[in-house]
Design a protein around this ligand. Structure first.
Ligand SMILES: [Zn+2]
Length: 129
């Protein structure tokens, strides 16, 4: 099966992937240059080191976030290529366009996602009690 919405998402996703890749490399370049460390101070003071650590953590988080999103886009682009994009992994029905626009990386239709969320909440409730 192949969702009729797959082709329209493909170019949007490819564009988003290119933007994320650019952001990823710019962040890597910034980290490698140490540019943001220069504005912090000497790095000898405890406050400077703390601020640098904070900047490093933010940059690493940004890199990880970009990588995760790129991986998700690659997964979706692979699904589009194989003709499985927009098809629910659970009930195999077509996922609605509105849901795909708001959650383009979803593998489930709204009904199945709600069931899965409900099951997860039930497991958490049982563990908590
Ligand atoms: Zn479903």
């Amino acid at each position: 099966m192949h969702s009729k919405y797959a082709d329209s998402f493909s170019s949007d996703l490819a564009r988003a992937r290119a933007d994320l890749l650019s952001e990823y490399f710019n962040c890597q370049k910034e980290m490698a240059s140490g540019e943001y460390r220069k504005v912090v101070g000497s790095g000898l003071e405890e406050g400077d080191r703390s601020t640098m650590y904070h900047f490093d953590q933010m940059a690493l988080f940004k890199l990880a976030s970009c990588k995760k999103q790129i991986d998700q886009i690659d997964r979706v682009l692979g699904m589009i290529k194989s003709g499985n994009y927009g098809i629910c992994s659970c009930c195999h029905s077509e996922i609605g366009a509105a849901r795909l626009r708001s959650v383009p990386f979803t593998a489930y239709c709204r009904d199945c996602q709600e069931q899965l969320d409900g099951q997860a909440k039930e497991r958490v409730r049982r563990v908590a009690c």
